[in-house]
Every structure is written in structure tokens, then in C-alpha cells.
Ligand binder design. Structure first.
Ligand SMILES: Nc1ncnc2c1ncn2[C@@H]1O[C@H](COP(=O)(O)OP(=O)(O)OP(=O)(O)O)[C@@H](O)[C@H]1O
Ligand SMILES: [Mg+2]
Length: 355
């Protein structure tokens, strides 16, 4: 007999509405299509899967359902650490769940905090500054062109061709607009001109070390236990110039069904291996488990040097469309198998097996 599984998500159709809400406010939430696909994937292995909306009602619905484990993809609704709310409830109820925990989800939703952790470990991420006001002095080391984006959003929210700024005036204008719209600190980074690649990974590190301290070339680097999916590259040549060679909100929502990409990305072996090491290192130092997707830009002005933009510990799982799903597909891994690989990694971590 399979396990009793609660599939937890925040659906767009159930999301709250309020006056003055930006049109893209819930762009990162999920649809029935994703929930039905996950539920069917789990059922195909004999598990009993029931969807529950991931909000405070869980405190009542979960004790009634008594799941053995939850498949969690909740993005949350409110606050600076919204992705960590449901996992916090699950830990208080002592119910195991898939994918990363409270600390990792709170950390990685905050891009500047994540970058500080990466920088501490000598991992390459673009130079940056965080602005809480549009008129804060700019760090003189941060030179144009720059890239402006919200600190705590996903799905390219706040990202368009206009995110690349080339002058002080453009920077100030964009900062004022983004602070007004997203009501949060705004991240300004060095603009990395070049190719864009994302690497998905499923599983868990079984050996303790995935990254050497930067100075110690001799120390072991191990990524045993992780299964890398083929790298995916966005084909910017197929998108209009208005998008500015970046992976914009419009490409991820309005045009999501008409995507253009290379998967596997045409990368030479040394570069691919470097991306794998960096992905494993990011996975480890940010405390990810079971699954993640790490986004990179390759600096065209510095021999395709990879820079880490961010880590997504709850990557989109929309069948046939989300980057992670397309990567799995390129490896010959069908959707059902991808979902069950994430699920099995979590079960192994929690010592759960089908009865
Ligand atoms: N410093 C940068 N230099 C160049 N392009 C950038 C930079 N930062 C972000 N971008 C572009 O903006 C896109 C979105 O940025 P990022 O991945 O940080 O945001 P996101 O909205 O959290 O993405 P996701 O949809 O993966 O959650 C990137 O995929 C990239 O195309
Ligand atoms: Mg991203």
C-alpha cells in the first residue's frame, strides 16, 4: 500500500485580492493543472494524494487527513518569508514534507541575503547593492550598466527590458518605480551580459563536502547523491529586442506557452562541470534538500565566466512548461518520474517507505 500524501500548494484562483494590488502579484502561484499532474504522478505509484490549500486552514485539515508526508510547493501569500510559513506549520504539527525547510525557504526568497551567504563561501554572484530609498548614494564600485529587480519576488516579477539601466537618471527612475510598486528593498546588481543557463538538481548530498573553501584547491569536492538534469539555456535570439536579452516576466507568463530554449544547452564539458560544482555548492551552502534549480548568467565579457543569480528551492512544476520539467524531459525523465524522484528523496530523508 502506498503512502497517504497531502499535496500542499497556493492556487492562483484561491489567492486573496486587495485594493491597489499589482497585476503580477500572484504570478508565482500555481494552477489546477499542476496540482492534478502532481496528484496523478503520486497516484501512479500507489500513493493516495489529496490537495489542500496551503493556508492557516491546514491547522484543521491536516490533523483530519493525517498524511504520512506532504508534497509541499506553497509559495505563501504574505510577508518577507512567505515560502517558509507552511513548512513552519508542518514542523509544529510534526508532519514530514518534501523539499527545503523553513530556514532555506526564508533565506532564498531574499536574494540579497542569499548573495551574502554565497559571497561568504567564495561563490561567484554579481556585485550588488540594496536600496531602501530611491535617493540612497550608489556604491562607486558599482558601475553601469546595472540590473534592477525586487529583492523578494520570483517568476520574473519586476523584470523587463527596462530592468537594465545605463545612467544615474535611469537608475533613480527605476528604483522609485520598483520601490513604489513592490514595497520592499530593491536589489541592484552588475548587469551580466551574456548567455543564460539554469541547472536543475534532484536528490540529496550523501557526502559531507560539496565545496572547498576558496583558498584550498586540494580539499575534496563531492556531489554524490545529486542527480543533475541537463542544463537549459534561454534562446534570446527568438524573443523581441524589447526584452533586452533577459528572462522577463512577460516571457515567463504571457508568452510561457511559446518558449524558446536549448536543452541540453550547448556547453563545453569543462563549463558544464563547473556549473555542476557551483550548483552542488549552492545547494549545500543554502541548505537545500530534495530539489532545486540554480540560475546562472555567463559573462560574455569575461570568457563565459558563470555568475549565480539565485537558487529556487521550489522550482515551478507546471507540466510541459516549467524549466525543471523541460530539463527532466530532455533527460528522458517523464513528469511522473520527476515528481516521484523528488518525493522519494524526501521519503528517504525521513525514513519513510510505502507500507
Ligand atoms: N545581474 C543580472 N545581470 C543580467 N541579467 C540578470 C541579472 N539579474 C537578473 N537578470 C535577468 O533577470 C531574470 C530574472 O532574475 P532572477 O532569476 O533573479 O529572478 P526571478 O524572478 O526570481 O526568477 P525565477 O522566475 O527563476 O524565480 C534572470 O533570469 C535574468 O535573465
Ligand atoms: Mg530566476
Amino acid at each position: 500500500m502506498g503512502l497517504n500524501v497531502a499535496v500542499l500548494a497556493n492556487l492562483k484562483k484561491n489567492a486573496p485580492h486587495y485594493d491597489g494590488m499589482p497585476a503580477d502579484r500572484w504570478d508565482d502561484l500555481d494552477s489546477d493543472i499542476t496540482i492534478n499532474a502532481i496528484t496523478a504522478a503520486l497516484a501512479s505509484r500507489g500513493h493516495r494524494a489529496t490537495f489542500l490549500e496551503g493556508n492557516l486552514s491546514l491547522v484543521e485539515t491536516l490533523p483530519r487527513l493525517k498524511p504520512d508526508i506532504c508534497f509541499n510547493i506553497c509559495e505563501g501569500h504574505w510577508g518577507d518569508s512567505r515560502e517558509s510559513h507552511v513548512p513552519a506549520i508542518l514542523e509544529m504539527l510534526r508532519i514530514p514534507y518534501t523539499a527545503s525547510g523553513v530556514l532555506t525557504l526564508a533565506l532564498t526568497l531574499d536574494k540579497p541575503m542569499t548573495k551574502r551567504v554565497l559571497a561568504f563561501h567564495g561563490l561567484p554572484t554579481p556585485a550588488f547593492q540594496v536600496f531602501e530609498r530611491a535617493d540612497e548614494p550608489r556604491d562607486p564600485d558599482l558601475t553601469f550598466p546595472l540590473f534592477v529587480k525586487p529583492s523578494r519576488e520570483g517568476t520574473g516579477m519586476g523584470v523587463s527590458g527596462d530592468s537594465v539601466v545605463r545612467t544615474e537618471a535611469e537608475l533613480r527612475e527605476r528604483l522609485a518605480e520598483q520601490i513604489g510598486r513592490y514595497r520592499q528593498p530593491i536589489l541592484v546588481e552588475r548587469f551580466i551580459r551574456g548567455r543564460e543557463v539554469t541547472v536543475g538538481v534532484v536528490g540529496n548530498l550523501t557526502m559531507p563536502v560539496a565545496w572547498r573553501v576558496p583558498e584550498n584547491e586540494q580539499a575534496a569536492r563531492v556531489f554524490q547523491g545529486l542527480r543533475f538534469l541537463p542544463a537549459l539555456e534561454v534562446d534570446f535570439s527568438k524573443y523581441p529586442d524589447s526584452e533586452g536579452g533577459v528572462y522577463t516576466n512577460r516571457m515567463k507568463t504571457e508568452w510561457a506557452h511559446d518558449f524558446h530554449l536549448f536543452c541540453p544547452a550547448p556547453l563545453d564539458l569543462a563549463l558544464l562541470e563547473r556549473l555542476h560544482w557551483l550548483t552542488a555548492a549552492v545547494f549545500r551552502v543554502t541548505g537545500c534538500v530534495d530539489v532545486a534549480r540554480v540560475d546562472f548568467r555567463l559573462d560574455a565579457d569575461d570568457g563565459d565566466k558563470p555568475y549565480i543569480l539565485e537558487v529556487n528551492p521550489l522550482p515551478g512544476l507546471y507540466p510541459g512548461l516549467s524549466d525543471l520539467v523541460l530539463e527532466a524531459d530532455a533527460a528522458g525523465i517523464p513528469y511522473d518520474e520527476l515528481i516521484n524522484a523528488i518525493f522519494d528523496a524526501a521519503c528517504a530523508r525521513h525514513g519513510l517507505s510505502a507500507k
